[in-house]
Write a protein that binds this ligand. Sequence first.
Ligand SMILES: [Zn+2]
Length: 53
Amino acid sequence: MGDRFPGIEWYCDSCDEYLNNQAGFDDHKYIWQCTECGYKNSISSANIFEVED
Ligand SMILES: [Zn+2]
């Protein structure tokens, strides 16, 4: 099983930390608590901002 959102980079909504590199990060989780600030980020397609061509 691969990533639920391949190629998507996740950043904390509160402190802008790069979440993909945090220990235990798994985009199959629906909520990821930032290990830096403790903010609970929602990991869902609604939070992906795609750059349009
Ligand atoms: Zn954070």
